[in-house]
Design a protein around this ligand. Structure first.
Ligand SMILES: C[S@@+](CC[C@H](N)C(=O)[O-])C[C@H]1O[C@@H](n2cnc3c(N)ncnc32)[C@H](O)[C@@H]1O
Length: 498
């Protein structure tokens, strides 16, 4: 008899992560860019939703009916509080994957997703999930999976093994999970200080261990201290998913769509010789020593004809999500070095156009930059690259935005109120993008002051200072509030967050 947890930690909560890869609006842009026909997402499902920020934001900000489960009762309870606050169309369960998969009251789904789950559960649960996808994903439906992969995680496996064995040894006694994690880290630190041969042969583990030492214990408990920790090669993942009848579509990470960003010319040429898409990913992961993959898979994928793709691209809409959309210096340097992509002229023209914070279709952008000799393909490539830096996001239809606005307002009011007591929710919901926007606690407190009628940044800073414990000094907060008023607030207004 397998117990309910099946080796997964349940005595400590996970962190409050938000993952835009689940957002159907963003997903459509990625799939479209890769040339696939895209489904209308009316029903979606998130497995292992953690604290439930993603599922709640996506349900509040869209017309999609979301379903999800997470067997950690504290997670499900937090997620339900968010759902009650927004009134979103969402069904949240605290079932195990097995019990959830056995429910008779679930509809078929256009999108099923799981992030940070696959590598940390048992083979038995992976089999349950694959069978669930086989039965519940609609033809044309999309599967999103984010998981630890190889070869990037290979060298760290013995470190994880050492930590987990230390935590689980008999003499650990009745100490709580956090204390046992601290003990395991302290022991491994001392072991590494003796300059073991394993560290000599795999020096990269030392930096990774330094990061681990400083990481949130809630994160570490779920990342390294479950019974199962199975980073998986892409091809192995493909074999696991065969019974689910899905095929690889594209990466959910926009940066992966632009080969010139990460690959040298020689690497691109070599990969271009590989016809088999699965083997191409295998070779790519080897080149990049990939540690985590975020992929979209499709059931019965349909490739768009060139005219269909052109038409769909022209209709796709985007909006700036930062005050000054611009390409980071490192990225400009990488593009210049690789002499690839549509060129700086295209990026700069598009960034300039979107800086006015208006939603535009790619067709409108094409028209506006045509006189500079920039084609629709170049516009699409530039938009994908700018989206990879999170400086722009895909936008949904205005009718959907209008219907979602009341729910996102309620979600945001709840999040802003919770900033008075902590910093768990660092995302607000935008009915324009259908997703979350990163807004830190001090900024949420400025918004709280604004909602209570204070008009001046000085007042926002004063109100925030009352709440932030040992936060920035008064002058610092005033400066932050002024910058917020000048730059961030207009963007949040354009995104209808405020
Ligand atoms: C590492 S966390 C990731 C949470 C969330 N997806 C995120 O990325 O923030 C994995 C989640 O899966 C849930 N989980 C693990 N095994 C499960 C099972 N058998 N049934 C339901 N939920 C499970 C855990 O409670 C946990 O919240």
């Amino acid at each position: 008899m397998v117990d309910r947890t099946d080796g997964y930690v349940t005595d400590i909560d996970y962190t409050y992560g938000y993952y835009p890869e689940f957002n159907p609006v963003r997903m459509r842009l990625a799939l479209l860019n890769a040339g696939f026909a895209i489904p209308e997402v009316s029903t979606a499902c998130e497995l292992g939703f953690g604290q439930g920020l993603s599922i709640n934001i996506h349900a509040a900000a869209s017309g999609t009916h979301w379903y999800g489960t997470d067997f950690n009762a504290a997670h499900a309870s937090f997620a339900r509080q968010l759902a009650a606050a927004s009134g979103a169309d969402i069904d949240l369960y605290d079932d195990t994957f097995e019990a959830f998969a056995g429910r008779a009251d679930l509809p078929p789904f256009d999108l099923i997703g799981l992030h940070g789950v696959w590598s940390w559960i048992s083979d038995r649960n992976r089999t349950v999930i694959v069978d669930f996808i086989r039965r519940k994903l609609k033809p044309g439906g999309v599967l999103y999976v984010g998981y630890n992969t190889l070869p990037g995680r290979a060298a760290f496996a013995p470190v994880r093994h050492l930590l987990a064995e230390h935590v689980n040894r008999g003499e650990a006694g009745s100490r709580g999970i956090v204390e046992r994690i601290d003990d395991a880290i302290a022991f491994s630190d001392r072991l590494l200080a003796t300059k073991p041969d394993y560290a000599r042969d795999n020096p990269a583990i030392l930096d990774r261990f330094e990061v681990l030492k400083k990481s949130d214990r809630h994160y570490l408990a779920h990342e390294y201290f479950n019974r199962d920790w199975v980073p998986m090669h892409f091809a192995t993942m493909g074999r696991w998913l065969e019974p689910a009848m899905v095929s690889y579509a594209c990466s959910a990470d926009f940066a992966d769509h632009i080969d010139a960003l990460k690959l040298t010319e020689a690497q691109r040429d070599l990969l271009a010789e590989i016809g088999d898409p699965v083997f191409r990913q295998t070779a790519r992961d080897f080149i990049l020593s990939q540690t985590f993959r975020q992929d979209y898979w499709i059931r019965d994928a349909r490739t768009l004809s060139e005219p269909e793709r052109t038409e769909a691209l022209r209709r796709a809409r985007v909006i700036a999500t930062t005050d000054r959309p611009e390409l980071p210096f490192k990225l400009r340097a990488a593009l210049a070095l690789n002499k690839a992509g549509p060129g700086m002229a295209a990026y700069d023209a598009i960034l300039e156009l979107l800086a006015d914070r208006k939603t535009r279709t790619l067709g409108e952008i094409e028209q506006a930059v045509r006189h500079k000799g920039i084609s629709l393909t170049q516009v699409a490539e530039a938009v994908t690259l700018i989206a990879s830096c999170n400086h722009i996001a895909a936008a949904q239809d205005e009718t959907v935005t209008a219907r979602a606005r009341a729910r996102t307002d309620k979600f945001n009011a709840h999040a802003i109120q919770s900033a008075h007591v902590g910093d768990d929710i660092d995302q607000l919901a935008s009915p324009v993008t259908g997703g979350g926007i990163h807004v830190v606690r001090s900024q949420q407190l400025f918004l709280s002051a604004l909602r209570r009628g204070y008009r001046e940044p000085e007042e926002w800073a004063r109100e925030a200072a009352r709440i932030l414990p040992a936060g920035p000094d008064a002058a610092d907060l005033r400066e932050q509030a002024c910058a917020f008023a000048a730059d961030t607030l207009p963007t949040l207004r354009a995104l209808q967050v405020v």
